[in-house]
Design a protein around this ligand. Structure first.
Ligand code: FAD
Ligand code: SF4
Ligand code: SF4
Length: 465
């Protein structure tokens, strides 16, 4: 008998006041009893509409049924068959616009908490005594070839995992000293603990994937050299180049890109006194942008002791691209939101240090062809937000480092690599690409979906040779 409650089992969380003093995880995860209750809300629909909302097509009713039956490790097996990073996706997927949006329980009430259940199944396995590492599947006869994967983010790691399962010898080349991409250097520990990421990456190593860190492809060695030594190359170098606003005063001391700020805090552990990484300790912070990156930067600034943190966004809350949960958590923690406002100038003091952010009020117009409402400035509505730090989180682009020393890779006007939509083959034979390097900044699960498709295409390419 399904559980007919119209609402999700609530997620236990750290108290908002307490959590602004630490970097511990905010959402604490379901207990086994809560997970069973929630799993019983699933109607096991025959046509499985929820699965169409998942870019890697997780068998959602399948794994949820196992949780409902108390078979947590079976639930994990079902999940892991299509998703190699379930503990990550359960935490950071924007479920409300993906799988949960299609859930029929959402028609009259809240959808099944698919993400929370995914996290539960993955965490239950991690908490259990260590399972034997998964052996590479062996694969077909052609699958002894060497494949190079550039970038150890979700796209590269997923591609590497799928190819290793097919029996290929996969080496991942990563510029940073730690693998994980944005999962490691961008998303803060209070949303995604770093031991969760490390555990899921270790499972990939168990599949036989070799990860070489501190290798910048384009500098340390070139993609050309990788091509000479490997049967195929996958490029998953993401979109780590920050956009700036292009307004006066942006070069003043105290203006940061969110990327730099978050990398210092997360990858280089600036929040931990045991590390020497310098990071600014601000009093009043203005964060510009409305996505997950802006929420993460604002919440890090609070945890580093800022008295006042404001998010400045040019549209209204309804248009904010950040996950709803992140906006709610930021608000609970005391972040203020200055909506319908756009920065026009950063103001400095006599030391050339930020003292404020001058903004203009914006008004929403009619929806355009893409369904998004236009915005326009309200004349003579300028105002100043007092701030000693401005963090810019208005999007990222791919960097072009990887092409240095390698000819024949085409990019579009946004710097994104051009690939065949179906196969993800780039403009150079034997080179495939996916994730943010192709789409521009998107989501973890979209990058993973691309990594999966590219792995299938690389396999077909090598078999065809
Ligand atoms: P990345 O994760 O960027 O990984 C690329 C890797 O390639 C990096 O490790 C980089 O160091 C490496 N690299 C780059 N150049 C080279 C080179 N020349 N040689 C070798 N290695 C190189 N998405 C969500 O779904 N939910 C969220 O909550 C969410 N929050 C986010 C918060 C932040 C702060 C940021 C920045 C992004 C967030 N995203 C979120 C977006 C998501 O993280 C990205 O879409 C996703 O990580 C893209 O994966 P990727 O593998 O394409 O690239
Ligand atoms: Fe939903 Fe993401 Fe899990 Fe797919 S991977 S089922 S989109 S939470
Ligand atoms: Fe279960 Fe919702 Fe999927 Fe139906 S749509 S199978 S209720 S998760």
């Amino acid at each position: 008998m399904p559980n007919l409650s119209p609402t999700k089992e609530p997620m236990p969380t750290q108290d908002p006041k307490a959590r602004t003093q630490n970097f511990g995880e905010v959402a604490l995860g379901y207990t086994p009893a809560q997970a069973r209750q929630e799993a019983q809300r699933c109607l096991q629909c025959k046509n499985r509409p929820c699965m169409a909302g998942c870019p890697v097509r997780v068998d959602i009713p399948g794994f949820v049924a196992r949780i409902a039956a108390g078979e947590d490790s079976r639930a994990f097996e079902v999940l892991y068959a299509s998703n190699t990073l379930p503990a990550v996706c359960g935490r950071v997927c924007p479920q409300e616009i993906q799988c949960e949006r299609r859930c029929v329980r959402g028609i009259q009430g809240e959808p099944v908490a698919i993400g929370r259940l995914e996290r539960y199944a993955a965490d239950a396995l991690r908490a259990a005594p260590s399972p034997a590492p998964e052996e590479p599947a062996g694969g077909h006869a052609a699958a002894r070839a060497k494949i190079a994967v550039v970038g150890a983010g979700p796209a590269g790691l997923t591609c590497a995992g799928d190819l290793a399962r097919l029996g290929y010898a996969v080496t991942v080349f990563e510029a940073f000293h730690r693998p994980g991409g944005v999962l490691t250097y961008g998303i803060p520990a209070f949303r995604l603990p770093k031991d969760v990421v490390a555990y899921e990456i270790d499972k990939l190593r168990g599949l036989g994937v070799e990860i070489r860190t501190n290798v910048i492809v384009g500098k340390t060695l070139t993609a050309e050299e990788l091509l000479a030594d490997h049967a195929a190359v996958f490029l998953g170098t993401g979109a780590g180049l920050p956009n700036f606003m292009g307004i006066p005063g942006e070069s003043l001391s105290g203006v940061f890109s969110a990327n730099e700020y978050l990398t210092r805090v997360n990858l280089m552990r600036a929040y931990d006194e045991a590390y020497d990484t310098p990071v600014i300790r601000s009093r009043r912070v203005a964060v510009v942008g409305g996505g997950n990156v802006a929420m993460d930067a604002a919440r890090c600034a609070l945890r580093l002791g800022a008295e006042n943190v404001s998010v400045v966004y040019r549209r209204s809350e309804a248009e904010m691209p950040a996950r709803q949960e992140e906006i709610r958590h930021a608000r609970e923690e005391g972040v203020s939101f200055v909506m319908l406002a756009a920065p026009v100038r950063v103001l400095g003091d006599e030391r050339q240090w930020v003292r404020g952010l001058e903004c203009v009020r914006m008004a929403l117009g009619e929806p355009g062809q893409d369904g998004r409402r236009s915005v326009g400035e309200v004349p003579a509505s300028n105002f100043v937000l007092e701030a000693d730090t401005v963090i810019v989180a208005i999007g990222n682009r791919p960097n072009t480092l990887v092409e240095e020393g390698t000819a024949g890779l085409e990019r579009d006007r946004r710097n994104c690599l051009i690939v065949d939509e179906q196969t993800l083959r780039a403009s150079r034979d034997g080179v495939y690409a996916g994730g943010d390097i192709v789409t521009g900044a998107a989501t973890v699960i979209q990058a993973m979906g691309a990594g999966k498709r590219a792995a299938a295409s690389i396999d077909a390419y090598i078999r065809g040779k």
